[in-house]
Ligand binder design. Sequence first.
Ligand code: NIG
Ligand code: FE
Length: 414
Amino acid sequence: MSATLITNIGLLVNTREENRLLRGQELANLPTIQNAFIIIEHQKIVAFGAMENLIHHTQTITDVIDATGQIVLPCWCDSHTHIVFAASRENEFVDKIKGKTYAEIAASGGGILNSAKKMAVATEGELFDSTWKRLQELIQLGTGAIEIKSGYGLSVDAEIKMLRVIKALKQKSPIPIKATFLGAHTYPLEFKENHQGYIDLIIQQMLPIIAKENLADYIDVFCEYGFFSKEETITICKAGLQFGLKPKIHANQLNLSGGVEAGVELNAISVDHLETMDDKTISLLANSNTIGTLLPTAAYFLRMPFQPARKLIDNGCAIALASDFNPGSSPSGNMNVVVSMSCVQMKMLPEEAINAATINGAFAMELENEVGSIKVGKRANLIFTKPISSLPYMPYAFGSNLIDKVMINGVVVS
Ligand code: NIG
Ligand code: FE
């Protein structure tokens, strides 16, 4: 039997005996061990602790990694992405710089419908290859678990195509992937005047195939003015629940859309975005089991006010951080940037941001038994930093690549 020993870890971060979703003040508590070791067997953490206690462990070690001066953290858990897409949209980005509004871009065929047009003609093979490359890049950046949504198909064929690609990625990927069905991302042109017709298509045609082929874990709806109302969101999510898909909802990005209310009523795993919150929705969320997932790079890219993280945390919400990687509003899946931006722009403490991007992100994908903290039995998905002076140096030095190497299932991948 082979075992890997990591020695002399300067600081081992997020060491936890039990799995618990962190809310409010708990987020600021990030347990660490100085001068630590980890032992890995069969891709999993089997022991860890302070170096002086290493003598009590008698495994037969076959590999030793010396991590002198390095910080070791659990890999990022990115619980909200749209990384299956057929083409980038930097032309819209430039149009916006020149002053075009979102509505003008959408009217000239841009936005989600632009991505849907490209998606319609892409093959499963092409989509798999381009997404696989994206996934490899994200792993190098420290992502060790990820959620991926459909939602650029907007037809039975194309939504199923996207979900089959995600299923194929799941089978090949070294990191765990959760799949979310986002047929209700926007209305395709042919249903512009017939919203009920598209909702019927989702419920009567897409969902049965998804359930039969076991293509998704969750259901998502873009609950927003001009997109899906609170009532429509509830209808679609309830249909998803009947097929075993729990809700994770796009809520309150642009308006007080009722998305948070819908999510709490449905006992959703998470409500995501939350740029637009008032005291009522904050206290509703704080008193629920639903996680609030913040996507600061989307707010940044759309030049919108950032999510009110401080208020959410101070009122006792359970907060996760994710990248929202997609071609329209967050063309980056770099979780190091997400963590740094959360500290700089939302005044999250480094400890809060790291907890939100690891253990709480794991909870937002129901992967808390596999990833998100340093715990015996979890996957050895680890980030090794370059030698740095302290943990807050990570979000502070926002422009530097501070990752020395990433380990996935006990194997160094970079
Ligand atoms: O999460 N808000 C809706 N959907 C995506 C972006 C959609 C797009 O422009 O492609 C988001 O930001
Ligand atoms: Fe999104």
